[in-house]
Design a protein around this ligand. Structure first.
Ligand SMILES: Cc1ncc(COP(=O)(O)O)c(C=O)c1O
Length: 475
């Protein structure tokens, strides 16, 4: 039997078993009249007391789903007359739909993160101690609520789009007009809109391997075929794009060129230019996810030009930005820069999906950008992240030593670490939980086994050294 009990669940074991058989009966795995395993056999298979099975079967018998007869054992009832089906068969529903279920390991990590005492290096968000609470609170008080309760255009608040044009020009040399901007519910929705508006099931796309994007269900759920662009110290290899185009007719390239999640690499200037040249030649767009682009740490070299700015308005690049990593992910504000025809198509879809990003969040952020010391906040954040990265690297030297090697990220949120000994992910995570520490296994991002991603942004600063000590002990 493939199915297993969940010992961590609060649901009693006999109920889990009864529910499992109920689902199997309703989905036809056990058709009417078919025999169920004997109590003794099932108890041995599930490694529980026989009395637990007796209790589970009694419950199924009471609801009319099974019956037991001397000589013929326990069988599924031949008919369902009188059977109390209290609710729809949600099992069948939840196994349908087009959205691919979340990987069990990711669910396990999420569930364990909430446990008291765990030091979490796995999260993709900054610790609340890094949010600009005070500035956002002050800005919030200045907002006239009367104007904030209606829908905005699906493209986004015109004032925010204008502020974004100024911000991108001043900070990143990106020249864009408001009709080239769409406000989204985070960068994540931008990726989703790309799959829904620009691609069709069966299309092939290329992305970095490993990549944050690989960890998302959104691409496979849209029926896309993913092809890997290998990443080295200078980022993805543009020549591979040509190979993948010839072999699989890839429709676009998705890259996270600056402080890539999870490897921390920066696509070199030479490769940025080459990537654009290659994609121009084969006429496929480049999706540039710059979620961490503004987070250059204090000792890092000056930032490289973005792909969209290097392309100088030639319409090859769809650029994605986000305030999740610099202000607060809970605001759910990201944006897309693209040719107006693409923005218009995506805005129509966005109207259908959610009528536009939250009015309150958009106007709070507009006021924050205009009134608060936004640049001062980002500088403070970068200094705090630099300090945290250094603290983590020092702790790794002190407590992990020769059991792993790790990088020196120049920006972003995390350290990419290769363990000397490869341990199966499931084991690794269970051992980590037992030691009170969590991180992301690299395989979730499509890496070879043996890598882990450690976020220095996610824990409280005071937890970093202790968390790494626990990791060292575990290894
Ligand atoms: C590379 C990258 N892109 C996009 C996102 C999504 O961010 P959000 O939807 O919060 O803007 C993340 C989040 O971790 C990320 O790491």
């Amino acid at each position: 039997m493939d199915w297993m009990l969940d010992p961590a669940s609060e649901e009693p074991l006999f109920r889990q078993i009864a529910r499992h058989f109920e689902e199997c009966i309703f989905t036809g795995t056990y058709p009417p009249g078919s025999p169920l395993p004997t109590e003794r056999l099932l108890a041995a298979q599930l490694q529980v007391n026989r009395s637990t099975i007796t209790e589970a079967y009694a419950e199924l018998r009471a609801s009319g789903l099974i019956h037991s007869r001397q000589g013929s054992g326990t069988r599924v009832s031949e008919h369902l007359w009188g059977v109390a089906q209290r609710q729809p068969n949600w099992f069948a529903y939840t196994n349908g739909g087009t959205f691919i279920p979340t990987q069990p390991l990711v669910k396990r990590i999420r569930e364990a993160t909430a446990r008291p005492g765990i030091i979490a290096f796995n999260g993709g968000e900054m610790n609340p101690e890094l949010f600009p609470h005070h500035e956002l609170q002050e800005t919030m008080h200045t907002l006239p609520l009367t104007r904030l309760l209606g829908y905005l255009p699906p493209e986004g608040d015109p004032a925010l789009r204008l502020s974004l044009c100024d911000y991108m020009r001043e900070e990143h040399g990106i020249v864009a007009t408001p009709d080239q901007i769409l406000i989204t519910s985070g960068a994540q929705q931008a990726l989703h809109l790309i799959t829904q508006c620009l691609l069709s099931p069966g299309d092939a796309i290329a992305l970095e391997g490993p990549s944050y994007m690989y960890s998302l269900g959104v691409f496979p759920s849209a029926g896309l075929r993913l092809f890997r662009l290998p990443v080295d110290a200078d980022g993805l290899e543009p020549e591979q794009v040509i190979q993948l185009y010839r072999k699989h007719k890839i429709k676009l390239v998705i890259t996270n060129p600056t402080y890539q999640n999870p490897t921390g690499t920066v696509l070199s200037l030479k490769r940025r230019k080459r990537l654009l040249a290659v994609c121009e030649e084969i006429r496929i767009p480049v999706i540039e996810d710059e979620a961490y682009g503004a987070l250059r740490l204090d000792d890092a070299p000056p930032p490289l030009p973005t792909l969209v700015s290097l392309n100088k308005g030639n319409g090859l690049v769809v650029h994605i930005g986000s305030f999740s990593k610099t202000v607060a992910p809970g605001l759910r504000i990201g944006w897309v820069v693209a040719p107006p025809s693409v923005i218009s198509r995506m805005a129509d879809a966005k109207k259908e999906i959610d009528h536009g990003t939250s009015t309150l969040s958009q106007q709070l952020l507009t006021a924050f950008l205009q009134k608060a010391d936004w640049r001062g906040h980002v500088q403070q954040l970068k200094t705090a992240l630099t300090r945290r990265r250094d603290l983590m690297r020092q702790a790794l030297s002190d407590h992990v030593g020769d059991k792993a090697t790790w990088n020196h990220p120049k920006g972003g949120y995390s350290i990419w670490c290769q363990l000397k000994k490869t341990i199966a992910d499931q084991d690794l995570i269970e051992k980590a939980i037992a030691h009170g520490v969590l991180f992301m296994p690299g395989t979730i991002y499509g890496a070879e086994p043996g890598f882990i991603r450690l976020s220095y942004a996610c824990p409280a600063e005071s937890e970093i050294v202790e968390g790494i000590r626990r990791l060292g002990r575990m290894l």
